[in-house]
Design a protein around this ligand. Structure first.
Ligand SMILES: *Cc1c(COP(=O)(O)O)cnc(C)c1O
Length: 233
């Protein structure tokens, strides 16, 4: 137990160093990167340990797990929904999440709008794009992103804050880099359109195995699980 806790502290320190180095390498030393610690399958005591070591953002990919930890962790932390979200589960998280990273359809956005309106809040979201084209993944086809944005744009209780993607599952870091570069390009193209109510602030890309490449390509939110908490069972 003591050892795991110490390694969480060390892991977090290492990650901040690696982030600083990646920022410096890419001439972005003044930029800020948000670390979302991905706590799926990780017990609440480990989440608390990370929170005691400066982590304020946590990511979950399952609604039920997010809700359970939300109730247990009394500390003032932010919860991010990073995984595929079914429309029938939106109601459970609408008042709990800081940011939903995984909006990839108008139907899902419409449900978020309805629930957010009932809850009397404005919910921040990212649009998840499937840039790599791997068919195992969720995320909208980049070709329909403008169309998607123009629909979501009419929803008063949703604020689009940026884009998210998952890098391809490959050891080839140059292939990964091209995917991240493509998302950054789409991000800039959308920014240039200056669409009302669409704010391109966050680029959520990079996980334990590829966050440095992602930062070199412009990411400002990285979602890191294994490199903080160790490998999942
Ligand atoms: C699990 C997960 C992560 C973190 O993955 P690691 O490789 O453990 O860092 C990041 N993003 C999403 C969407 C995930 O589901």
């Amino acid at each position: 137990m003591g050892e795991t806790e110490n390694s969480i502290k060390n892991n977090i320190e290492q990650i901040w160093k690696r982030i600083d180095n990646a920022l410096a390498r890419s001439g972005r030393q003044d930029d800020e990167v948000t670390v979302v610690a991905v706590s799926k399958t990780v017990g609440p005591e480990m989440v608390l340990k990370a929170a005691c070591n400066g982590i304020i953002n946590f990511g979950e990919n399952r609604v039920q797990e997010l809700c359970q930890k939300y109730d247990i962790i009394k500390k003032d932390v932010n919860w991010h929904l990073i995984g595929h979200l079914q429309t029938n589960k939106v109601k459970y998280i609408i008042d709990k999440v800081k940011l939903i990273h995984s909006v990839d359809s108008v139907q899902l956005a419409r449900e978020i709008q309805n629930r957010a309106q009932k809850a009397g809040r404005i919910v921040d979201i990212l649009i998840q794009l499937n840039v790599s084209g791997e068919d195992t993944k969720f995320g909208a086809n980049p070709e329909i992103v403008m169309q998607l944005l123009k629909s979501i744009n009419t929803y008063p209780n949703i604020k689009v804050k940026g884009l998210m993607t998952i890098g391809p599952f490959t050891e080839d870091s140059e292939a990964v880099r091209l995917v991240f570069r493509e998302l950054k390009k789409i991000f800039i193209d959308i920014k240039k359109e200056n669409i009302d109510n669409i704010d391109m602030t966050y680029l959520s890309m990079g996980m334990s195995n590829d966050f440095e490449v992602a930062i070199e390509e412009g990411s400002n939110i990285v979602r890191i699980g294994t490199a903080i908490f160790g490998s999942r069972k």
